[in-house]
Write a protein that binds this ligand. Structure first.
Ligand SMILES: *[C@@H]1O[C@H](CO)[C@@H](O)[C@H](O)[C@H]1NC(C)=O
Length: 304
């Protein structure tokens, strides 16, 4: 029997109003509290999954450096790279989603909009996030991603979630996550920062030298996998539909083999920088990507 890693996910703190507005799923902050191990089965609820070509549009909300934007853009390009680097790669990680729907959606990087004047302020409500998510435009093959900068507060950010995904009118879905480096790196950028709760292990060196953006990579990866395997809240998940554990959120805290609460598992270490990673990307990029549940084995599958 497969087991859920001994982590507790504080999804119960989501408010009903947020859920009604979003019908969405959260990438939960990593509160590493030991709970009894449970079998890990993500039930398929017979709804549609996303397959085929998908365009990922990015709305950069707040101030991001060009270096920060390139970390994320390169990550997205790496997921469906035509000529990926040898495994373990971001492309081989994304390919795991093919075990759900028969083929991994092919991701294209679409429009990137910059909103560096904080057009709706520095404290965002769910309805403001939805409004921002619609800005790159609607198409049935679009997933619009809102990324909030380090100085932007979002309702529920840190206290109950590191990001969300959900439906978006006329599109395949939306995702929001943000740079948590100042507000809650121990919750949303673990293992690159000491965890707030639970067993303490030394933080890993972030592979792109940016705790906030390397944390965004983890959360964006989590939410993308959820968005394609549970786009409408009736795909693959465990638990209640309003607080689901999805393809990657069900495997929270696991990055390599031998993981246990507070310890992300064995990963690769760059000899020069000391950075931890488990996936190669385009242009020599390195990323640390979370484990994904494998429907064939009912295990959280790691790249290394
Ligand atoms: C997906 O994109 C590829 C590459 O641009 C293209 O050749 C293919 O026809 C597209 N498929 C669909 C169903 O649009």
């Amino acid at each position: 029997m497969a087991t859920l890693p001994a982590l507790s996910l504080p999804l119960a703190t989501l408010t009903l109003s947020l859920l009604l507005l979003f019908h969405s799923s959260a990438a939960a902050p990593r509160k590493l509290i030991q709970v009894q191990q449970q079998p890990l089965v993500l039930k398929y609820h017979k709804g549609p999954l996303l397959t085929g070509n998908l365009t990922i549009n990015l709305l950069w909300y707040g101030r991001f450096s060009a270096t920060q934007r390139s970390i994320i853009a390169d990550f997205l390009l790496s997921l469906s790279a035509a000529s990926p680097p040898p495994p373990p790669s971001a492309a081989s990680w994304w390919h795991t989603t093919a075990l759900y729907g028969g083929s991994a959606p092919r991701l294209f990087l679409g429009r990137q909009l910059l909103d560096d004047h904080y057009s709706v302020g520095k404290s965002l409500s769910p309805s403001q996030l939805s409004l921002l998510a619609s800005k790159p435009g609607a198409s049935p093959t679009n997933i619009n991603v809102v990324l909030t900068s380090v100085d932007v507060a979002v309702d529920g950010f840190c206290s109950s979630r590191c990001g969300t995904h959900g439906p978006l009118a006329g599109s395949a879905g939306f995702i929001w996550t943000g740079d948590s480096e100042v507000q809650c790196p121990g919750q949303c950028a673990w293992p690159f920062h000491q965890p707030v709760y639970g067993p303490q292990t030394p933080p890993l060196v972030a592979p792109n030298s940016d705790v906030g953006m390397d944390g965004v990579v983890i959360n964006l990866a989590t939410l993308l996998a959820g968005a394609v395997t549970n786009p409408d809240g009736n795909g693959y998940f465990q638990g209640p539909a309003d607080a689901p554990l999805e393809a990657v959120s069900a495997c929270t805290g696991i990055f390599g083999s031998g993981a246990y609460p507070g310890y992300p598992g064995r990963v690769l270490v760059d000899q020069t920088s000391g950075a931890s990673y488990n996936a190669r990307g385009l242009d020599g990029r390195k990323y640390l990507l979370p484990a994904m549940w494998d429907p064939k084995t009912s295990q959280c599958s790691t790249l290394v």
